[in-house]
Design a protein around this ligand. Structure first.
Ligand SMILES: C[S@@+](CC[C@H](N)C(=O)[O-])C[C@H]1O[C@@H](n2cnc3c(N)ncnc32)[C@H](O)[C@@H]1O
Length: 230
């Protein structure tokens, strides 16, 4: 059975997962980082606790903490059920069971919710939607997309991906996207076109294998930066 979620769901990963997915080294964590579509992940909260700089944008940040909590509660059982029905599409190595997955995700989302109101006041959580970002050119060192671009290949066009990546590259020196597979753990049909386009525009665009794999085959991220930046 294919994985089909009704829409793009609020579902949040941990700081450690972000570090592994994006191969973030200590020196990367010192950079100013923009998370695009961070939703209820707790990367921003953990960065803030460590005294580091992260800003997150997501359309769900137009909602209050109570509204987001309600949406998480509504989505949770559905996502867990779909994961249970599609267990063969995931690698149960670090996370051992659907129940453990639920506990990890819920604790990440709880940490996000605890930080959300303060982070909104400090403008670390901003309501915005790709493909348009409310930032100045090169305001950030690094922009990340976790589980949004490429994952929703069935819902979002190649044109949307290109516009979004252009915009992320406008506001940041470098971007990293994870994963390169879609909801059904198939390599997104957009990845090669994206790599070809940015290489032809003079960017370095490389797939990098990382120490993180939960969706089977989902262990690569795409790193794009202007060749003269590095
Ligand atoms: C599956 S969640 C991933 C959350 C987080 N990045 C993580 O990996 O844990 C996808 C997120 O994309 C957000 N999203 C939906 N449309 C978006 C858009 N146009 N621009 C940016 N984010 C969007 C959703 O609100 C949701 O929070």
């Amino acid at each position: 059975m294919a994985v089909r979620y009704d829409s793009i769901v609020p579902w949040g990963r941990t700081f450690e997962e972000y570090v592994d997915m994006f191969d973030l080294e200590e020196r990367d964590l010192e950079k100013s980082i923009l998370g695009c579509g961070d939703g209820p992940a707790c990367f921003n909260a953990a960065m803030h606790q460590k005294g580091k700089k992260a800003v997150s944008i997501d359309p769900i940040y137009k909602f209050t903490d109570e509204e987001i909590q309600r949406r998480i509660d509504e989505t949770y059982l559905k996502v867990m059920q779909q994961t249970r029905e599609n267990q063969e599409k995931f690698v149960w190595h670090n996370i051992k069971s659907v129940e453990e997955l639920g506990e990890i995700r819920m604790s990440a989302m709880k940490a996000f919710l605890m930080d959300y109101n303060a982070g909104k006041k400090e403008e670390r959580y901003l309501f915005a939607e790709l493909p348009s970002l409310p930032f100045q050119d090169k305001q950030f060192d690094l922009a990340l997309s976790s589980h949004f671009l490429f994952l929703y290949t069935d819902h979002l066009s190649l044109g949307f991906h290109i516009q979004s990546i252009d915009e992320m590259l406008r506001v940041a020196d470098e971007i990293r996207i994870f994963p390169l597979v879609d909801m059904n753990a198939n390599r997104s049909c957009y990845v090669d076109s994206v790599i070809t386009r940015y290489r032809s525009l003079g960017f370095s665009a490389h797939e990098i294998q990382v120490d993180y794999e939960f969706q089977k085959g989902g262990n690569k991220m795409l790193r794009i930066y202007k060749n003269d930046n590095k």
